[in-house]
Design a protein around this ligand. Structure first.
Ligand code: UDX
Length: 439
C-alpha cells in the first residue's frame, strides 16, 4: 500500500519504519529540514531501540521529504503523527495537526483514508473529517488509530502490539485498515484487532494513559506513607502484585513520572472533563500528586542541609526514563532548576543526553560522561533515572570518590542491605533511611 506519514517524531518515525517493515511503501513528511536530511543520510534523528537497524533494512520502501504535495498525492493512506503539546490551560494544542490537515486538503488529488495516530481529544476526528470534506472534490475517510508505544520499546510495541485499535464505522476505511494491518494480524499469537467507533478509539488512549499514571501516583502516595510508618514500599508492592486484578507493572515508586505523554495527557484529560462540565477528580489528583512527588527528593535534601549555597551535587540520570534520549518533562530538569536557584554547584551525568541538556543549561552546570567523574568531591548525589549504568554502579565507589557518600535515590536502584554494607548514607523512596550523616 502507498502510505504517507506526517511528522517524524518518536511516534511518526516508528510508525513509518514499522509500516515499511511489514511491506508498505512509506513517504515520511516533515517540515523540519534537519530531520529529513539526517534520515536521507540513513540516520535516525532520535534514539529508539532497533529503529536505526530497521530504517536501513527497509530503506528501499522508505522515502523522506519536506515536500508535502508529492507525498500526499501519491498516498492512499496518510497517517497524522504530529505532536499535541499542552497549552497553558492544559488543553491539547491541535495546531500542528490542523496544519497537516489543511495541506492534505490543499494537495489531494484523489480519495484517501486519513489515519489519526496523534493523541487527540474526543471529537477531533469528526472535526478533521468536516474540514477535509467541506467543499472538497475528493472524499476523505478519517480513522482514529491510537498508538500505545512506550519510548525505548516503541518498535516492539508497534510490531508486537498489545492491541490494535481502529476507530471507524465506515465500510471503506474498515477494509483499508484491515488490509494495512494484515501482516501484523495474521501472524500466530497476534494482538487483538479491536474495531470500535471513532470517539471510543480517541477516548481509549487517554483512558489507558491516565490509568497508568494513576497507578504511579497512587503507589507513590503509598510509598510516602510507608516512610512515615516504617513499612517498606518494595515489600508492599510485592505482596500487591500477586493479586491478578492489580498486577505488577507501573507500581515502581519513585520521584513521579516525567515524559511528554503522561504529563500532557493527564492535563488534557482533565481539561476534556472540564469542557464537558465534569470534574475528573482522580485525574486532577494525579496531576497534583505527581507535581509534589517530582520534588520529593529535593525536600529530603533540604531537610538534611542548613544551606545548599555552594554545595556540590551530582545529578545522575537526565532523560525522563532509561532507554531514551528524550528529556521532555524530565523530572531532572525541575530538580536541577531548583538546585541552581538555591545556589548549589551542579554536576550532571547521563549516558545518552548530555548534548541536549547542554542546549538547555549551557555553562550553568558541569557535564560528565562517567559517574566516577561526576561524583568526585561532591557533597551529595541525586539519582533521577534508573539507567543500567547507574543501577549497576558499585556503591563503594560513592565512598571512594565523594566528599561525603550521601545518596538520595529517586528510583530505588539499590537494595538496603547493600547500602548498609557499603557504609553510605542512603535515602530512597518509601523505605528506611540508611545512615545518619547530614550534608
Ligand atoms: C507512556 C505509556 O506507557 C505508553 O503506552 C504511551 O503510548 C505513551 O506514554 P512513555 O512515556 O514512553 O509511555 O513511558 P513509561 O514507561 O510509561 O514511563 C512514563 C514515566 O513514568 C517515566 O518517567 C517513568 O519513570 C515513570 N514510571 C513508570 C514510574 O515512575 N513508575 C512506574 O512504575 C512506571
Amino acid at each position: 500500500m502507498e502510505v504517507a506519514v506526517a511528522g517524524v517524531g518518536y511516534v511518526g518515525l516508528t510508525t513509518a519504519v514499522c509500516l515499511a517493515d511489514i511491506g508498505h511503501t512509506v513517504a515520511c513528511v516533515d517540515i523540519d529540514k534537519n530531520k529529513i536530511k539526517s534520515l536521507n543520510d540513513g540516520k535516525s534523528p532520535i534514539y529508539e531501540n532497533g529503529l536505526n537497524e530497521l530504517l536501513n533494512k527497509n530503506k528501499d520502501r522508505l522515502s523522506y521529504t519536506t515536500e508535502e504535495k508529492k507525498a500526499y498525492q501519491k498516498a492512499d493512506v496518510i497517517f497524522v503523527c504530529t505532536g499535541t503539546p499542552s497549552r497553558s490551560n492544559g488543553s491539547a494544542n491541535l495546531d500542528y495537526i490542523l496544519d497537516v490537515v489543511y495541506s492534505i486538503k490543499k494537495f489531494s488529488n484523489k480519495d484517501k483514508v486519513i489515519v489519526v495516530k496523534s493523541t487527540v481529544p474526543v471529537g477531533t476526528c469528526d472535526k478533521i473529517e468536516k474540514i477535509l470534506n467541506d467543499n472538497s472534490r475528493h472524499k476523505f475517510y478519517v480513522v482514529s488509530n491510537p498508538e500505545f508505544f512506550s519510548q525505548g520499546s516503541a518498535v516492539k510495541d508497534m510490531l508486537l502490539p498489545s492491541r490494535i485499535i481502529v476507530g471507524t464505522e465506515d465500510l471503506y476505511s474498515i477494509e483499508v485498515m484491515k488490509k494495512l494491518y494484515e501482516p501484523l494480524t495474521k501472524i500466530p499469537y497476534c494482538a487483538p484487532y479491536l474495531l470500535v467507533d471513532r470517539r471510543s478509539a480517541e477516548m481509549s488512549k487517554y483512558a489507558a494513559n491516565n490509568f497508568l499514571a494513576l497507578k504511579i501516583a497512587y503507589i507513590n502516595e503509598v510509598a510516602n506513607l510507608c516512610e512515615m510508618t516504617g513499612a517498606d514500599i518494595k515489600e508492599v508492592t510485592k505482596t500487591m502484585s500477586y493479586d491478578k486484578r492489580i498486577g505488577d507493572s507501573f507500581l515502581n515508586a519513585g520521584i513521579g513520572f516525567g515524559g511528554s505523554c503522561f504529563t500532557k495527557d493527564t492535563k488534557a484529560f482533565s481539561y476534556l472533563g472540564k469542557t464537558n462540565g465534569y470534574e475528573m477528580k482522580t485525574v486532577s489528583a494525579i496531576v497534583e500528586a505527581n507535581k509534589k512527588q517530582n520534588l520529593k527528593l529535593l525536600d529530603e535534601v533540604l531537610s538534611n542541609v542548613d544551606n545548599l549555597n555552594g554545595k556540590k551535587v551530582a545529578v545522575l540520570g537526565l532523560s525522563f526514563k532509561p532507554g531514551t534520549d528524550d528529556i521532555r518533562e524530565s523530572v531532572s530538569i525541575i530538580n536541577v532548576d531548583t538546585l541552581l536557584e538555591y545556589g548549589a554547584e551542579v554536576n550532571v551525568y547521563d549516558p545518552m543526553v548530555l548534548d541536549s541538556f547542554k542546549k538547555l543549561y549551557g555553562d550553568k552546570v558541569s557535564y560528565y560522561d562517567t559517574i566516577d567523574e561526576a561524583i568526585k568531591k561532591c557533597d551529595f548525589a541525586m539519582i533521577m533515572t534508573e539507567w543500567d549504568e547507574i543501577v549497576s554502579y558499585d556503591l563503594n565507589k560513592y565512598r571512594k570518590y565523594m566528599k561525603k557518600p550521601i545518596i538520595f535515590d529517586g528510583r530505588n536502584c539499590y537494595n538496603l542491605e547493600d547500602a548498609k554494607k557499603s557504609k553510605i548514607v542512603y535515602y530512597s523512596i518509601g523505605r528506611k533511611k540508611i545512615g545518619k550523616d547530614k550534608i
